[in-house]
Design a protein around this ligand. Structure first.
Ligand code: P71
Length: 461
């Protein structure tokens, strides 16, 4: 059969509420035109994030009931540890409440002030945690990764020549670890190839530098290797994932993505002494090493989710729905980051709304309009999120790209939901020349996108 279907049937449903355009106009105004400030009940299709928003399986809910809440030595921890060892191959496994806690523990135990941590692209929380210990986060993405319309199978790859050059310039003593973010969320959910993992690992090994993977979306990355990299067509995704991690010394993971869980994360390593130090830090802020700030029931859900996410019928459906959304809107003339990645479609708002200048916030304009058009909530990844206002002069500067991310929660929306998204986006495309931009009416000094308020420079009605 050629039709790819959702490989599950629905046992529990959660109603979503239809709203009218007039209602949405009112709700959007009340929220200062910032979709982060909407109530989620007022959103019809919520594509804000794929993090913590997955639907759990019947098996995961059964695991929740088995969850053992003992403070120390819970069987739920041992099932979790066994799943991580089996899927990733790392001996020492330390649970945390989510990804950023794993990052903090990793960088606090490995980095000193003045160090550098290279990555393909650090995710925001990773960069912030590197900087919080006084080190510098350096992005070494291949150049095609920064060109939205270029089609290349592995736009998440690290530039290996630049890595080698950085090590020569700075010296190995300044680089306590190298990271690879798989898939590369900040760069469009683009995968890293196995050839790149091997090449980066070889450079690291030759200098004795440990390599860590940010494994948030490891299964999507492994499946994209199977689809796009020569020699992997006949390997199972499980084998591909194991090979990726066999090249690494450890990983951090937010289990809210490819753990198919609503909360949780971990740091894992082969280094016994490092794990001992990390457990001591864990006890200080997260909890005892057999629960790490999670309930036993969460550990059960993650253990089951990490195995379910490798089922290839699931991954085929997952990647097909992202590709379907991306290809359908691209065919309708909407410029997107090509090719569609693992967890989201990224619209190039600068190319889509060329008459709205970067400081008139084209991404914010598109996010507001998609909510008005169809009750769809995406997220701006452009000047609102990464631009800056000079605190002295009030001068605004723009971000390098103006993207809008439409992230698909896992196992949540069906084909007809995706068809509705396509219809709404293409309906907006018809009238895109008539929209103007937005301006800030309030912004916080840091992480302004979460709480900012805006007003339109044109009539929304
Ligand atoms: C996403 C998120 C969630 C998020 C976090 C912060 C601001 C906005 C949205 C989280 C990631 C991620 C990667 C590659 C580490 C984390 C942190 N992504 N690495 O995409 O994508 O994990 O949220 O569990 O702490 O919406 P955590």
């Amino acid at each position: 059969m050629r039709t790819i279907i959702e490989p599950f049937r629905i046992k529990v449903v959660e109603p979503i509420r239809m709203t009218t355009r007039d209602e949405r106009l009112h709700l959007l105004r009340e929220a200062g035109h910032n979709v982060f400030l909407l109530r989620s009940e007022d959103v019809l299709l919520d594509l804000l994030t794929d993090s913590g928003t997955s639907a759990m399986s019947a098996e995961q809910w059964a695991g929740m009931m088995r969850g053992d809440e003992s403070y120390a030595g819970s069987p739920s921890y041992y099932r979790f540890e066994e799943a991580v060892r089996e899927v990733f191959g790392f001996q020492y496994v330390i649970p945390t409440h989510q990804g950023r806690a794993a990052e903090r523990i990793l960088f606090q135990t490995l980095c000193s002030p003045g160090d550098m941590v290279p990555s393909n692209t650090h995710f925001d929380t990773t960069r912030a945690n590197v900087e919080a210990v006084g080190a510098r986060a350096v992005d070494l993405l291949v150049p095609e990764g920064l060109r939205p319309s270029d089609v290349h199978p592995f736009k998440g790859n690290m530039d290996v020549a630049r890595l080698e050059a950085l090590i020569q310039e700075e010296g190995v003593d300044r680089i306590p670890l190298v990271m690879l973010t798989m898939t590369n969320n900040s760069g469009g959910g683009q995968p890293v190839s196995m050839a790149n993992v091997r090449a980066v690992a070889e450079v690291c090994r030759s200098h004795g530098i440990p390599l860590y993977v940010d494994a948030c979306r490891f299964a999507e990355n492994a499946y994209l290797i199977k689809l796009r990299e020569e020699g992997f067509e006949d390997r199972s995704v499980r084998e591909i994932a194991l090979e990726i991690f066999s090249w690494a010394d450890g990983c951090t993971m937010s289990a809210k993505k490819d753990g198919l869980a609503n909360i949780g994360g971990f740091v894992a390593t082969r280094d016994e002494e490092l794990a001992r130090q990390q457990r001591n830090l864990l006890i200080l802020t997260e909890g005892f090493p057999t629960y790490g700030g999670l309930a036993g029931r969460d550990l059960e859900a993650i253990a089951i989710g990490l195995r379910e996410v490798l089922e290839e019928d699931y991954l085929e459906y997952r990647l097909a729905s992202v590709r379907y959304l991306g290809e359908a809107i691209a065919a309708g003339g909407v410029p997107i980051v090509q090719p569609p990645g693992g967890h989201a479609v990224y619209i190039d708002a600068a190319a889509f709304l060329p008459h709205v200048t970067p400081l008139e916030l084209p991404g914010q304009t598109l996010v507001a309009e998609l909510y008005l058009e169809g009750g769809i909530r995406g997220v701006e990844v452009g000047t609102v999120m990464f631009g800056r206002r000079d605190p002295e002069t009030g001068q605004e500067s723009a971000a390098p790209m103006e993207l809008v991310r439409l992230a698909l929660p896992r196992r949540v929306y069906t084909q007809s939901h995706v068809d509705y998204m396509v219809e709404a986006i293409l309906a907006f495309a018809q009238r895109r020349e008539r929209v103007g931009g937005f301006r800030f009416t309030y912004q916080a000094p840091v992480l302004r996108h979460f709480t900012a308020r805006f007003e339109p420079l044109y009539s929304l009605a």
